[in-house]
Design a binder for this molecule. Sequence first.
Ligand SMILES: Cc1cc2nc3c(=O)[nH]c(=O)nc-3n(C[C@H](O)[C@H](O)[C@H](O)COP(=O)(O)OP(=O)(O)OC[C@H]3O[C@@H](n4cnc5c(N)ncnc54)[C@H](O)[C@@H]3O)c2cc1C
Length: 454
Amino acid sequence: VLSMKKPENGSNQFDVVVIGGGTAGWIAALSAAREGKSTALVERKGYCGGVLSSGLSIYGFHDTTHRQIVRGYAEEFVKRLAESGGSDGYVLLDLWHASMVPVDPAIVKPVIMEMLYEAGVQTILFSQVIEVVRNKRRIEGVVLQQKSGRCYIEGKMFIDASGDAIVSYLAGLPVVECDEQQPPTLVLRLENVRLDELREFLVQHPDQYVNWRLLPGKSVTEDFLRKACKFMILPDLMKTFEYAGDYLPLINRVMFTCTAGGTGVSINMLRAHSIDGTSSESLTRASFDVYRNVLPLVEFFRTKVPGFSQCRLMDCEPEIQLRETRRIVGAYSIEVEDIMQGLMPEDSVAMGGYFIDIHSAKDSGGTWEMIEGGYGIPYRALYAADADNLFAAGRCISGSTKAAGSYRVMATSMAMGQAVGTAASMCVDRGVSAKALKISDLQKRLESRGALLR
Ligand SMILES: Cc1cc2nc3c(=O)[nH]c(=O)nc-3n(C[C@H](O)[C@H](O)[C@H](O)COP(=O)(O)OP(=O)(O)OC[C@H]3O[C@@H](n4cnc5c(N)ncnc54)[C@H](O)[C@@H]3O)c2cc1C
């Protein structure tokens, strides 16, 4: 492995190597590079952002009391997006979701690329990590499959932001395989939607807004409906959907959010049942189950949902997106009780505040629980217990399925990315392991970079 060639056009020795350029990974790389470290960001696709680039609204910037709990580089990103017309900024909601940031996915990708470029991250696209070299408790390097063949890169610290805990898995370190994975979903985007027509319909028929996720004391008023950006509506209509395949591949209500600009929506209703997101064969089946229903769903919207008669399908995400597969085994596992109690651990380095949102693996339902306020993400859940130099961020950190139902959302994932990118950089400077890093020093550094920790 050591005699393998360098990546096309690049160095093969880095201070920090981030695997996965998705929601959490790109911010992790940005953070390490801004701390002055030579940083590689390895991504198997041809763009960065992962689910963040799908057009779904960003949740997790506020808790259910509407307190802002994520700032730092994630907030800077929202500002940069807004300046480029790619977002309308924060929208506070009277729902358990607390707030959302509608985005335009066409603008998300270039803004991320520009920020990575400015920070000097060596981004290595079209490159999949397929092997990991480990020497006892140290990750030494990763083997990449590139278009022209294989290459090897080394790093002092590694960050696994693959969503699949792929570094731990390939290194032979312990991982948690999620046994009943939440369903993957294909995200669609429709344009030329007359949202005001839909809102007017809902004002006339308020019972058609599914109101069971309202914050305490809130109700579906005319004002609520006229300003709505998050729609969970027409609960009985899905029964009339004529699907292709063996089962109804949809959530049991019409559900979508606005994208930036006010004429488009992003739909995350199409999902596949009983899938293993770590198996290409299973994901192929999932892709057929959902793609075969794209055109029927668009036709359904056109003919049955008020405001959609002239809509146009703008985009299907390039691939079906995964909610959960595998997680690292950290020095601590975040449990749902921590979240329900609003625990702020001593070593909190980021905050979550989204409700527990678990999509059913087998049918069109799910389980949902409101949480009272924000909670801290402990540093101990962000590094692998059995390695000295391996962090994680995003959906593959150490936690239970129920807890992940809350902390996996995008603002929280980005805040984790900033925490571990900064931590990895400090470990390089001090020549210490992830475990040995002085947490109060990390917390001070994060706060000086605008992050909120408790
Ligand atoms: C369908 C769906 C709907 C959701 N809806 C919302 C929502 O509306 N709002 C919200 O805030 N959150 C939502 N979430 C949750 C949230 O988007 C994700 O949990 C979060 O984006 C996860 O971030 P991540 O960085 O861990 O993973 P991702 O964003 O998926 O990034 C992982 C990256 O790693 C790359 N990668 C994987 N393996 C390798 C490898 N071997 N080599 C190189 N690269 C690799 C992938 O290509 C990908 O780019 C949704 C999630 C899903 C799946």
